[in-house]
Write a new protein. Structure first.
Length: 127
């Protein structure tokens, strides 16, 4: 095991830090102690994060172990009203950044008002 390859890197942006280790393995992804698919929450986001492995034909060759701290993006349900968007901005200093296109509608409940929501949006703080 001492002679196995180990690759590591650190990425920083604003107040976020990602520390990633790649070790020879079967493709298991662990982020902050959680399974990668569970961490990302959506198959499309997980698949996007795995794109470099697919492009380099190394999918399934390495295990990924990552520790991520900070950051401010999150995916949540929103009821679609301007009033709720303003309330989110006032209370958290975050704004809606993206309404993902091409994703199937995923009915749920708005995290702020409890009203029905057809899909999730990406919300983040502007620093």
């Amino acid at each position: 095991m001492a002679d196995e390859a180990l690759y590591y890197g650190t990425g920083r942006r604003k107040n976020a830090v990602a520390r990633v280790r790649l070790v020879p393995g079967t493709g298991k992804v662990t982020i902050n102690g959680r399974d990668g698919e569970e961490y990302f929450g959506r198959e499309a986001l997980f698949n996007f994060a795995m794109t470099p492995f697919k492009v380099t034909d190394t999918a399934g060759h390495f295990d990924v172990k990552a520790r991520i701290d900070g950051g401010g993006f999150f995916l949540c349900h929103w009821d679609g009203t301007t009033e709720t968007e303003e309330r989110i901005k006032e209370e958290t200093k975050a704004t809606i950044r993206c309404i993902p296109l091409g994703q199937p509608d995923e009915p749920g409940v708005c995290m702020v008002t409890g009203k029905p929501s057809a899909r999730r949006v990406i919300i983040a703080r502007n620093y």
